[in-house]
Design a protein around this ligand. Structure first.
Ligand SMILES: Cc1ncc(COP(=O)(O)O)c(C=O)c1O
Length: 405
């Protein structure tokens, strides 16, 4: 078969692949615990369901404008005003098939072949492949001190004449770290000075713990909005647990949004109409779903941190937000792919290898499942790695007895 160079150069999404593996094992009756997931398990807000089914009940489900229906645009404008204190117009935003598509059309709209996109490591697994899909070159930056956030100077050091954009994802997938206000301010000022696109991937910015809120990038923009190269990416997937609806959006200057809308119109046309109406329902409806999700995640995070502390060899930074943490397991096994495979094979726990996020020795663990998943999953991991744990472990009704060599 002759496939394009591009097709041959792109890796499949590891996280989606792991979902598939977990589902297949479960079908076979295996007692799998999924700590690799990237979606909350709470129900979709009722206002989203009502709005969506109202459209379905009309029986008239048609194409929509390529950049989204006016009602969704209105809801996003209101959301942006409320949470970012920023007034934008309908020409400043595009609704897409998830934040992922918003990012993809954005990269298509700004990148020429071989232009570079910088992002801090650890990074969301999709950034490198998405940049490559758009013809660009991914440039991850790792902090020299081993922390999860490089300094602006470290980022500035890799800027070249090919640099077109920098992506900042805070709170961050996979580390759960929320970058400081000073860092965001310096990034905004740096990109403005250098005339580099700054892409703020804010998909987790409502899922922040300890009563904190994420810094607002717009507070630091000095250029008039229509000349600004700042793009904010967002969506309903994470904050409303609406991953299956596939609605996200981008906010940017009018010219860029128009270019993105043209690309999207030829790529997929407008996002699915029922999903757009569901997103309108979620954005305009009762907002308690976000608070209750955040509280659940905050509690789950505490449970996970407490459990991880019981490992002698694990180093972990308590996440500021998201539903991930990114512990360092290198004291047990350095090769994270090998470690993740061992945990799946031996104790049926799904984890995501740190290597996929550009950070070896770590595993991404999600706490978006149940407390039972977290406690049992970590007990199993401890059994597999730590000689100080009890010798026996039950996987469902299967008894495992450890033999250390
Ligand atoms: C950092 C980051 N950005 C974007 C997305 C994509 O979200 P969506 O489901 O809206 O496409 C994800 C999903 O995992 C993510 O982790």
């Amino acid at each position: 078969m002759s496939l394009s160079q591009l097709a041959r150069s792109i890796k499949e999404s590891v996280t989606l692949k792991l979902n598939e593996t977990a589902a297949l094992l479960r079908e076979k009756g295996e007692p799998v615990i999924h700590l690799g997931g990237g979606e909350p398990k709470t129900k979709v807000p009722i206002d989203a369901v009502i709005n969506c089914t109202s459209l379905l009940n009309t029986g008239e489900i048609r194409y929509t404008p390529p950049d989204g229906i006016p009602s969704l645009k209105k809801a996003i404008i209101r959301y942006t005003e409320e949470h970012y204190k920023k007034v934008v117009s309908a020409h400043n935003l595009i609704a897409s098939g998830g934040a992922k598509q918003a990012l993809m059309v954005l990269l298509h709209a700004i990148l020429d072949p071989k232009e570079e996109v910088i992002f801090p490591a650890p990074y969301w697994v999709s950034y490198p492949e998405m940049v490559k899909l758009a013809g660009g070159v991914p440039v991850p930056v790792t902090a020299e001190d081993g922390s999860f956030c490089p300094t602006v100077k470290e980022i500035a050091d890799v800027v070249s004449s090919y640099t077109k954009a920098i992506i900042i994802n805070s709170p961050n997938n996979p580390s759960g770290v929320m970058y400081s206000k000073d860092f965001i301010q310096e990034m905004v000022e740096f990109c403005e000075k250098k005339s580099i696109y700054l892409i703020m991937d804010d998909i987790y910015n409502r899922l922040v713990f300890n009563g904190k809120t994420a810094p607002i990038c717009y507070d630091f923009v000095k250029a008039p909005f229509e000349q600004s190269k700042l793009i904010v990416i967002n969506g309903v997937s994470k904050m409303y647990a609406m991953t299956g609806f596939r609605i996200g959006w981008a906010i940017a200057n009018e010219e860029l949004i128009a270019a993105m809308a043209t690309i999207q119109s030829q790529q997929t046309s407008g996002p699915s109409a029922p999903s757009q109406w569901a997103a309108v329902g979620a954005l305009n409806g009762v907002q308690s779903a976000i608070d209750s999700l955040r509280l659940t995640l905050e509690n789950n995070r505490t449970v996970m941190m407490d459990r991880l502390k019981a490992f002698d060899g694990v180093k972990v930074h308590a996440p500021d937000g998201t539903f991930y943490c990114f512990p360092d397991f290198s004291a047990y096994i350095k090769d994270s792919q090998k470690l993740s495979k061992l945990l799946l094979d031996e104790v049926r726990v799904v984890t995501v290898p740190g290597k996929e996020f550009g950070f070896e020795g770590h595993l991404r663990l999600s706490y978006c499942g149940t407390v039972r998943d977290i406690t049992e999953g970590l007990d199993r991991i401890k059994w597999a790695l730590d000689p100080n744990s009890p010798n026996e472990l039950y996987l469902g009704d299967r008894k495992l007895v450890r033999e250390w060599v």
